[in-house]
Design a protein around this ligand. Structure first.
Ligand code: DGT
Ligand code: CA
Ligand code: CA
Ligand code: ZN
Length: 576
């Protein structure tokens, strides 16, 4: 069992415990355990099997949880979870994903109505049966209905990072098959979309079709959907991600890559162009209609070239002007991971991070960064033990000393300061003035009306010390939609005040998205790409942020943390 699967079971159990209104201390220990397991660099299952190791050596795992971990690894569940699943339908966990319904209200609903599906919950709202329960009303019914509609739209999709993990696992396995030369993900994963509907894997080599046998026999395959000579589809893992595997000959590999990378809209436009030029384009190759001769097919670039186009980076293939730009030779130079010289958003044990400043610095240095900013939370996030003014001033001083002694990386003192409900920043200006860099983020009251939210953000932008707007829309992928506000107005004001927009590289956020980034860029915005790391391992998420920036057509010059340390420091002192 992979760590993320174990972590998920623990997290779900904690959700169920919340619905059952169990002891909050105990619930917290399950959640902490889940985070600890998920971020742990080694496989928990291996540690549990090794008689010389103890899982209790892992911070966040006590004796009680160790027992639970044994159970989960042995049979995929634990006693407590089983017990709660008898008490509540498994859909109770799904109900938790509906905005407006917390564990308490779900418990209340289940106490009064015997419902076990989303459809039934929807019907309760339509029949106005929620409003008769204590502390519920017509407004809530409306909100739940809206949220159910959104839920339906997003189910069936998976985080990019999750799909990437499955792709990596399968790729490793396929590459062990003799006669297999390469395994490449296509589809939305290759385009770097933030969520993925299904995974498309393309396999080549003299004996590529041999992977299909191996694939359908893979223990994690839950259900084989189809099996042909050159293609197989199956649901993989408990989460049921569909994976399409295709075995290809080298002569048509490029054409297949082009076809199966998509997007569909991009392909339609490319194919239309091919037809106009007297060609026929398929997943097997590009053919001249006149004599049916094959013009291109073994390489993707060859196909674009024959159509009079530069090769187009997969992230741009959404039929949003990339074909015209490829024709005119005006495709942008895109930012790459190697351009990034520092990470500007991370947390430490001072608040809700899991490593110290020194440990984060070591990890950032090991990635080859020249600089980094520590940006812990401010006091409004009391649960995270956020910093007050006094701690901020002491922290800024501590960082100045650290830089004098040197950690092998330049550290900027920062803060992720809460933007309060009325738009004021959480801490007083003279404390903020001590810091090198202030990120302003919304973490609460996300359900304001759009114009209220716009006013709130406008007021936050007035703070002269604010340098970066953190995860600007607040979305949590598959979980919480972006909060509404007048984006263009906020961008214009941010540009005017020299405030940069954060592209949050955490795979659950990827906020802003490609389209918004592109809009903002067209208004003159500048950006940062940062991981919001709460653990040294999270620094690796930078690549998702870079992919997202590329989907927004950004080049290195649009992203301030591509600058060398000295120039970046100078820019901080004089941002406009
Ligand atoms: P997803 O899986 O929903 O995240 O998105 P994609 O883009 O991976 O879509 P998928 O898996 O259905 O198909 C992979 C690619 O194959 C898609 O981007 C374009 C190509 N493709 C699939 N079906 C069609 C089709 O009916 N027409 C065209 N033109 N292309 C298709
Ligand atoms: Ca796909
Ligand atoms: Ca597919
Ligand atoms: Zn943060």
């Amino acid at each position: 069992m992979e760590n993320r699967e174990i972590a998920r079971v623990l997290w779900e159990t904690a959700d169920l415990m919340e619905i059952a209104a169990e002891d909050s201390f105990r619930i917290r220990s399950y959640r902490n355990g889940s985070t600890a397991v998920e971020g742990y660099p080694e496989r928990i299952e291996d540690i549990l099997r090794d008689p010389e190791r103890k899982v209790t050596d892992i911070p966040g795992i006590g004796k009680g949880l160790a027992q639970v971990l044994h159970e989960i690894v042995a049979r995929g569940s634990c006693e407590r979870r089983d017990h709660l699943l008898e008490k509540f339908p498994p859909t109770a966990l799904e109900f938790l994903k509906i905005q407006g319904l917390g564990p308490k209200s779900i418990a209340l609903i289940l106490e009064h109505y015997r419902i076990s599906t989303m459809d039934e919950l929807e019907r309760l709202c339509r029949e106005e049966k929620l409003r008769v329960l204590p502390r519920m009303g017509a407004k809530l019914e409306e909100k739940v209905l809206r949220s159910i509609a959104q839920y339906r739209q997003r189910t069936g999709r998976y985080l990019l990072s999750y799909a990437e993990g499955v792709a990596r696992e399968l790729t490793e396995m396929f590459l062990q098959v003799p006669g297999v030369e390469s395994v490449t993900p296509a589809g939305s994963l290759r385009r770097g979309r933030e969520t993925v509907g299904d995974l498309d894997l393309l396999v080549t080599g003299p004996n590529a079709a041999a992977v299909l046998e191996k694939f359908v026999a893979y223990p994690k395959v839950e259900e084989v959907l189809s099996r042909g000579e050159n293609k197989a589809s199956a649901k993989v893992g408990r989460e049921g991600l569909q994976v399409d595997v295709r075995a290809l000959t080298p002569e048509s590999f490029g054409a297949a890559m082009q076809y199966f990378t998509g997007s569909k809209d991009h392909n339609v436009a490319v194919r239309t162009r091919a037809v106009k030029m007297g060609f026929k384009l398929s997943e097997y190759g590009l053919y001249r209609v006149a004599d049916e001769s094959k013009v291109a097919g073994d390489s993707e670039a060859g196909i674009y070239e024959a159509l009079g186009l530069r090769w187009i980076a997969p992230e741009l293939r959404e039929n949003c002007g990339e074909i015209e730009a490829a024709e005119e030779g005006t495709l942008p130079e895109l930012v790459e991971l190697k351009h990034i010289r520092g990470d500007l958003h991370m947390h430490t044990t001072e608040t809700d991070g899991r490593a110290t400043l020194e440990e984060m610095a070591e990890a950032a240095r090991a990635r080859g960064y020249e600089y980094m900013a520590i940006t812990d939370h401010s006091k409004a996030l009391a649960m995270a033990n956020g910093l007050d003014e006094k701690r901020v001033v002491a922290f800024a001083k501590q960082v100045r000393e650290i830089n004098r002694n040197g950690l092998g990386i330049r550290v900027f003192s920062g803060l992720e300061c809460d933007i309060l409900k009325d738009g004021a920043l959480d801490l007083a200006n003279d404390a903020l003035a001590e810091l090198d860099l202030v990120i302003g983020s919304v973490h609460s009251h996300m359900n304001l009306e759009a114009d209220e939210m716009t006013d709130r953000l406008l007021r936050a932008l007035e703070c002269p010390h604010l340098r970066i707007l953190g995860h600007p829309t607040g979305r949590i992928l598959l979980h919480r939609d972006p909060f509404p506000f007048d984006f263009e107005r906020i961008v214009a004001e941010a540009v005017r005040r020299g405030v940069w927009l954060e592209i949050n590289a955490s795979p659950e956020r990827l906020d802003l998205n490609g389209a918004m980034i592109r809009t903002a860029k067209s208004k003159g915005a500048r950006f940062t790409i940062s991981t919001d790391a709460h653990h040294p391992q999270h620094l690796e998420s930078m690549r998702y942020g870079v992919t997202t920036a590329r989907r927004g057509w950004l080049g290195p010059a649009d992203v301030t943390n591509t600058l060398p340390a000295d120039r970046f420091a100078a820019l901080l002192r004089n941002p406009s």
